[in-house]
Design a protein around this ligand. Sequence first.
Ligand code: ZN
Ligand code: ZN
Length: 183
Amino acid sequence: MEFRISELEREPVEFDLDLKPGAIDFGEEAEQKGNLATSGRAEVIHEHRGPHDVVPDIRLRGRYSGKFEVPCARCIEPVEIPLAAEFDLIFRPLGADQGAPERSITASETEIGYYQKDSLSLEDVLREQVFLSLPAKILCKPDCNGLCPRCGVNRNLELCKCDARKSDPRWEALNGLRGRIKS
Ligand SMILES: [Zn+2]
Ligand SMILES: [Zn+2]
């Protein structure tokens, strides 16, 4: 869904959608499971910078909820996580801030984005919002044993023969370190 500035200048646009998996490309980082529900409202806010300098910003408020699968940070098995969040964002026309002298950025302005070519894509906004909501490190369980750094076996499922050799605790420590460096 595209919000066009010409339409928003006439009246705000409300939306209430169920986006099927594939409507948004989340790449390798996350896989959408089932529909992503989203609703909200887009409107124009005219930012008056001077008598002849009015910037048409798009304010986008709404929420989304859906289920995602992301790889476990240790064993790369898929982990299902539900995500739901609200957003209230401002988008300026790309280039509106170019060449502007140092503008004072207030706390409420820290989340400003930009739209290009007179329109803003809801899908692009949602993709970014989902990535922002994803925890930095997702584990399938707190004590996930991960993959064996030597043979690649999933150590939650089976014990590989590599384990037999490292009975010395000093090697354990070294292997733990190696695992951390790798990840
Ligand atoms: Zn795991
Ligand atoms: Zn192994």
